[in-house]
Design a protein around this ligand. Structure first.
Ligand SMILES: [Zn+2]
Length: 165
């Protein structure tokens, strides 16, 4: 279960819009508590990073794919390392990754599945001009993603926001 605040959602949406039509990405920092056999992840701060897809290592079979950062994202290892160090100074953990899907549903792609780590939450925000943002969180369940329950804390939910729990 993931809990976050409306300001976090707004921050992701703004970043998604700024990066459009490319995918934006970042890390979610916070605390993880186990309660009743379930992991409760509390998002405390977003750590935005550049989409480093253009400099990502390619598998030989992917070398010729004309995919750009409009369809992929990549977090550079040095950014991950910096985020980890920062999280530690705050007594937090990296709880997951968020990214945007320009002109696409907030549903993980094959590529998202391929790179997913167990225990991480994967928040995806759909960005389509003029359409309300769809927002969902996913976690690995075996070899598949399943939708993760999201609790939005405090202030009122923006009317344009759709949450799919
Ligand atoms: Zn994706």
């Amino acid at each position: 279960m993931l809990s976050l605040q409306t300001c976090h959602l707004e921050q992701i949406q703004i970043q998604a819009q700024t990066c459009y039509p490319e995918e934006c990405c970042g890390l979610m920092l916070g605390t993880i508590v186990e309660q009743d056999g379930q992991l409760h992840k509390k998002l405390l701060e977003l750590y935005a990073v550049d989409n480093a897809w253009d400099s990502a290592p390619r598998n030989p079979e992917e070398a010729d794919l004309p995919l750009t950062a409009t369809r992929r994202y990549w977090i550079a290892p040095q950014d991950l390392f910096k985020a980890q160090q920062y999280a530690r100074t705050q007594g937090w953990d990296i709880m997951g990754v968020y990214h945007s899907h320009p002109n696409h549903e907030a549903v993980p792609s094959e590529c998202d599945l391929k790179w997913a780590w167990p225990q991480y939450s994967y928040v995806i925000v759909a960005v389509n001009p003029g359409v309300p943002h769809d927002f969902r969180s996913w976690i690995l369940d075996g070899q598949q993603f399943r939708s993760e329950e999201v609790t939005i804390l405090n202030s009122a939910i923006a009317p344009t926001l759709e949450t799919d729990i």
